[in-house]
Design a protein around this ligand. Structure first.
Ligand code: ADP
Ligand code: MG
Length: 277
């Protein structure tokens, strides 16, 4: 569990306008279990800095689990176990001296169902992640940070006149962009997104996709999606996950998105990207 007291004040995100620095994530032979049930088997994948990597594959093949191993959320699940390494710009995310809260701050997460604090104002929602870190930024700094994050999330022009309205009053798509803004406030260098558009209508989905595309050079993005058109539109690279009957999930094939869609090397990839299973 995140212990705010654990966070060194010196490392708090603060300076609005500080240059974004996307980081590379490198998973090496990551295996994961729930109790005795092995759900991932030696998954290796490099997610390059400043690129969008899409994780695709049928339900239950371990995409969400893999995503949770990247920012140490997997270890929160009772009975969960893990083997292998995750490197964040070459640094082991699981190194004993590296705090779990650091991993969470450096590597943000956006979920399928938008989860702003519904009764909290839009303004306070953006800053909610900072509260956890005990930041006491002056009001002017907070204002600038809120504007910056809402702008980066593509929501500023829609909400600038009602920052004191509750987050729950926004549409689903706006709520999801608010959650993206909230993630950005702690200045993550990687953003993990687990089917961020699955609960949204097509128009809202487009807006979130535009946000993803505009963020891509500022923060490394790893996105799980069931929508092949979406993977094709937003990602630079794709990894196709599959769990074959009774076996743990693994990556069948990965590479540049274009190649995955137009010249897949494996017949299972070809079948999947063409909607044949
Ligand atoms: P995906 O995101 O690709 O649909 P998941 O990572 O959610 O796949 O699930 C992979 C496997 O792990 C599935 O067999 C699922 O039932 C199992 N699983 C997921 N979460 C848990 C959990 N909290 N406890 C036990 N088993 C789980
Ligand atoms: Mg999932």
């Amino acid at each position: 569990p995140a212990d705010p007291a654990e966070l060194p004040t010196a490392q708090l995100p603060a300076v609005p306008g500080a240059g974004p620095r996307p980081a590379e994530l490198d998973a090496r032979e990551v295996s994961a279990w729930f109790g005795t049930h092995k759900v991932l088997d030696r998954v290796s994948l490099t997610m390059p800095a400043g690129r969008v990597t899409a994780l695709i594959g049928p339900s239950g093949c371990g995409k969400s689990t893999f995503l949770r191993t990247l920012n140490r959320m997997h270890e929160m699940v009772p009975g969960a176990a893990l083997a292998g390494q995750v490197l964040f710009d070459g640094e082991d995310v699981y190194a004993p001296q590296r705090r779990i809260t650091e991993a969470r701050r450096d590597i943000g997460m956006v979920f399928q169902k938008p989860n702003p604090f519904p009764a909290m104002s839009i303004y306070d929602n953006v800053l909610a992640g900072l509260k956890l870190t005990g930041t006491r930024a002056p009001r002017s700094t907070k204002d600038a940070l809120v504007e910056e994050c809402l702008t980066r999330a593509g929501l500023w022009t829609e909400v600038r006149d009602r920052l004191r309205s509750p987050g729950g009053a926004l549409s689903g798509g706006q709520q999801q962009r608010l959650c993206i803004a909230r993630s950005l406030a702690v200045r993550p260098r990687v953003l993990l997104m687990d089917e961020p558009c699955s609960a949204l209508d097509p128009t809202s989905t487009r807006r979130v996709e535009e946000t993803i595309q505009s963020l891509a050079d500022q923060v490394t993005i790893v996105i799980v999606t069931h929508n092949m058109q979406q993977a094709a539109r937003v990602s630079d690279r794709c990894a196709f996950f599959l769990a074959e009957a009774g076996r743990p999930g693994g990556i069948v094939e990965h590479g540049p998105t274009d190649a995955m869609f137009h010249s897949p090397q494996d017949s299972r990839t070809e079948d999947y990207v063409n909607g044949r299973f």
